[in-house]
Design a protein around this ligand. Structure first.
Ligand code: ZN
Length: 456
């Protein structure tokens, strides 16, 4: 039987391929993956016909449950309000979450990601235990809830279970607000086994893991964790000046400096934020081919500071974007804000595109597709063997009318607000039509019910 939501072939008038824009592209799909691509081809009967096709964007850093507290931490706190006071509120919210609520909130977040153009999420998942800190009967219960939310929405999942053991540098004991997060190395190995099992029914899930930060993991623990799993390794690093100062006070080294001196950082790694770095630290990241995981909306919301993106881009650094706290889920806005942060501080325009062969939108989009895929452990973009994660832009959207090629990306990212993304296929199956997720009503109703319970 032919499933109308899973066409065997697509035909696009224009498509962004790894080698650039191409016309009359025919793309065949088998078992969710791209099996053939050719350009200059006529459409055939039964093809799903698209005017504008671009690859789905990876979202390399998310804490899905935080979508449920979006907008609840914007009250003036005087001079003391900061990332750290935000974190206190986050811990209070987290204390009320039960597995059903986590699944419902994650489904809402993943649905919004798909509607905005993110087709795979790197879930940096640290809420593991019951409210009193005891593991659930199934240790990976919460990981299974994340997997269930991915299954319901259809989003691609790279699950990054988080190892968290300490409250501060040097192995300080965790504080009570962190008890739902804590593991020792043996318990974490069990968690990874459970998470592997939880992902088994998803078509193309990837398992990595995440030592939370250098505050939460010691050097000995990091060395013991790395052999436990071959997938991607993500870590929060150098997000806050206070964190950098504490690391220097503890070790005499800055966080990125310490990490490169003590761990085999390579292309398997994603350094999330890396906001506060020296020129030497930046050079280390570029040379290692690790991905810088940038989260411009959240970094702005939390007052983190600005990653030195222009210098990093000019040196060929690899990057991707993440929605992190999910205070607002908008793929195009993450890219827009990444560029605008540089324009505002460096006082110029088009600060990241290397030369006239790439527009800003093209540079940002391609960079985030390639770096995001690397960080999430999958093949990037529209190529044979990659998952068929496809976005159809609307040529009739006022911001896109009369455009072609790079101007389509520039206009979507810088000029379209929303509504420019018309349809999304994930692993070959349609999940968004006319800008709406196909299960939006059910997912939103369940989210609303869960959230009333948690906030009530
Ligand atoms: Zn984060």
């Amino acid at each position: 039987m032919i499933d109308p939501r899973s066409p065997a072939a697509f035909h696009a008038e224009q498509a962004l391929l790894p080698q650039g824009w191409a016309r009359d592209v025919r793309l065949q799909v088998s078992q969710g993956r791209i099996s053939a691509i050719s350009s200059g081809q006529p459409a055939q009967a039964g093809d799903e016909r698209l005017p504008i096709l671009v690859p789905g964007l990876p979202n390399l850093h998310s804490h899905a449950f935080q979508r449920g507290m979006a907008g609840l931490t914007e009250i003036g706190g005087g001079d003391g309000d900061s990332f750290w006071s935000w974190r206190e509120l986050m811990y209070r919210f987290l204390a009320h979450l039960h597995p059903e609520a986590v699944e419902a909130i994650a489904a809402q977040a993943y649905m919004e990601m798909l509607e905005s153009g993110f087709t795979r999420v790197g879930e940096f998942h640290y809420l593991h235990h019951q409210a009193d800190g005891q593991p659930y009967a199934e240790r990976a219960e919460m990981s299974a809830r994340i997997a269930a939310a991915a299954a319901q929405t259809g989003i691609g999942l790279t699950l990054l279970p988080v190892f968290y053991a300490h409250a501060d540098f040097g192995g300080a004991p965790p504080n009570p607000a962190q008890r739902r997060l804590i593991h020792d190395v043996d318990g974490f190995a069990q968690l990874l086994d459970g998470a592997r099992h939880a992902l088994a029914t998803l078509p193309d899930a990837v398992l990595g893991f995440a030592p939370h930060s250098l505050r939460a993991v010691t050097g000995e623990e990091l060395a013991a964790l790395l052999p436990l799993n071959a997938g991607p390794v993500h870590i929060h690093i150098a997000e806050q000046v206070r964190e950098v100062d504490a690391c220097v006070a503890w070790s005499g080294q800055r966080p990125v400096q310490w990490l490169y001196a003590h761990a085999p950082v390579d292309a398997r790694w994603c350094l999330v934020h890396a906001t506060h770095i020296t020129d030497d630290e930046r050079a280390s990241i570029v040379a290692s081919q690790a991905v810088a995981g940038l989260c411009p909306i959240t970094e702005a919301n939390l007052g983190d500071g600005l990653f030195p993106m222009q210098a990093f881009a000019r040196e060929g650094g690899r990057f991707g974007v993440g929605s992190d706290s999910n205070v607002l889920i908008d793929a195009a806005e993450e890219l827009r804000l990444l560029e605008y942060g540089q324009r505002l501080t460096l006082r110029g325009r088009n600060m990241l595109a290397p030369d006239a062969t790439r527009s800003s939108g093209r540079y940002l989009y391609e960079g985030a597709v390639n770096g995001g895929a690397q960080a999430l452990g999958v093949a990037a973009g529209l190529q044979v063997g990659a998952s068929a994660d496809l976005l159809a832009l609307d040529p009739l959207h006022p911001a896109l009318v009369g455009r072609s090629g790079d101007a389509l990306l520039d206009s979507w990212i810088f000029a379209a607000r929303n509504g420019a993304l018309r349809a999304v296929w994930r692993h070959g199956r349609q999940v968004v039509a006319d800008g709406r997720h196909l299960q939006r009503d059910a997912i939103t109703a369940r989210f609303a019910q869960a959230l009333r319970g948690v906030l009530g």
